[in-house]
Write a protein that binds this ligand. Structure first.
Ligand code: GLC
Length: 353
């Protein structure tokens, strides 16, 4: 018996003894990658998530469904079928965790996340789970630090036996009072918490100020930990991608802005991506563009052009990406007709590729 088979049997026994369902056990054990018994090659890990979709507006709403999206098994199937290799699942854990110690995550919510993660893994998709919309942490970081770390302790323990196809992203878009220096401190502690139970899991983390590439230079990461992918979000020009969104004040005035791929338009994106690539080379960290997308109120021709240009620019530089998002306001899929929005799908996954 090899060391790996021996380990798998022990893990399997432990899972059965701790009451893990047969389906969950099968999913974990049949997952595509090696069990987590060594540090993976982080660049290989990044290639696994090279083309992804955000399952947005579902589990990061206060209650799933409140923002119009309830995840379905079929979504995972069609995403895989079209050639994507990963999904990013934004999650509002903070709405399902007790306020005071001992911090506990609602068990039904955990089961729902298990279902989503297992759906992705069983379809052969890698999956990124994060902490999204922890607004209280952004408003009062000091008050919420302990709870934030406790949430990671609970998640980390819960998923410790999952395959290397599950990635942990520490926090979506730190902003407001969670300044760059505080974020560096909290991130460092969160990584230590995660590493206690998940020494070999790939972690994703991004800079302050809404995961802005302009803050990459102030992002601190533990030098010895090579198993970290760095994420940033890209929505430039905002006046085009976010025209008419309810949450960006003044964006009604942006309606009608187009993206035609003029020299100036392309050049400013190229400059941004080159800066990010330079940072990646100097730091030795691979890059994941975990969000980019356009709101439905922009014209479809411009949306498709921008999306295709961004995705290819990322790929040319070896960045993995995840489109924001699957089937809501930025969506690439119509959940009523159960149809892909072809121009956007083709922009993401060119038919010939
Ligand atoms: C961020 C926000 C999300 C928003 C998206 C586009 O991910 O968390 O709510 O829809 O950016 O603005």
């Amino acid at each position: 018996m090899t060391r790996r088979t021996g380990l798998s049997i022990v893990v399997l026994m432990m899972l059965i003894l701790t009451g893990c369902s047969k389906q969950a056990v099968d999913t974990i054990m049949s997952s595509t990658d090696d069990p987590l018994n060594d540090v993976p090659d982080v660049n290989k890990q990044n290639r696994k998530i090279s083309r992804g979709i955000n399952l947005g507006n579902a589990l990061e709403a206060p209650i799933e469904g409140e923002w119009g999206v309830i995840l379905k098994e079929d979504y995972f199937r069609v995403i895989k079928e079209k050639g994507f290799n990963s999904v990013r699942i934004p999650i509002k854990w903070s709405a399902h965790t007790t306020d005071k110690p001992p911090y506990v995550i609602d068990s039904l919510f955990f089961q729902r996340i298990d279902w989503a993660v297992n759906q992705a893994l069983s379809k052969g998709l890698s999956v990124i789970i994060n902490l999204q919309h922890y607004d209280e942490l952004m408003q009062d970081p000091v008050k919420h630090k302990e709870r934030f770390l406790a949430i990671w302790d609970l998640i980390s323990e819960h998923y410790q036996n999952y395959s290397a196809d599950l990635f942990f992203e520490v926090l979506n878009e730190p902003n407001n009072q969670l300044t760059s220096s505080l974020w560096n401190e909290y991130l460092d502690e969160a990584i230590s918490v995660i590493r206690k139970k998940n020494p070999f899991r790939t972690i994703i983390a991004g800079p302050a100020s809404w995961n802005s590439m302009d803050y990459l230079n102030s992002l601190y990461l533990p030098t010895k930990d090579k198993n970290i992918i760095v994420t940033y979000h890209y929505y430039n020009p905002m006046q085009f991608t976010h025209q008419g969104t309810a949450w960006v004040t003044g964006s009604e005035d942006w309606l009608g802005n187009t993206w035609l791929g003029t020299y100036e338009q392309m050049n400013s994106i190229i400059q941004d991506f080159d800066k990010t690539l330079l940072w990646s080379k100097l730091s030795g960290r691979p890059i994941y563009m975990g969000e980019f997308g356009t709101y439905y109120r922009a014209d479809m021709g411009s949306r498709a052009k921008w999306t295709s240009f961004i995705a290819r620019q990322a790929e040319q530089r070896g960045f993995s990406w995840a489109y924001w998002e699957f089937c809501a306001g930025f969506g690439v899929y119509d959940p009523v007709k159960n149809e892909w929005i072809e121009p956007l799908l083709n922009a993401l996954i060119p038919p010939a590729s």
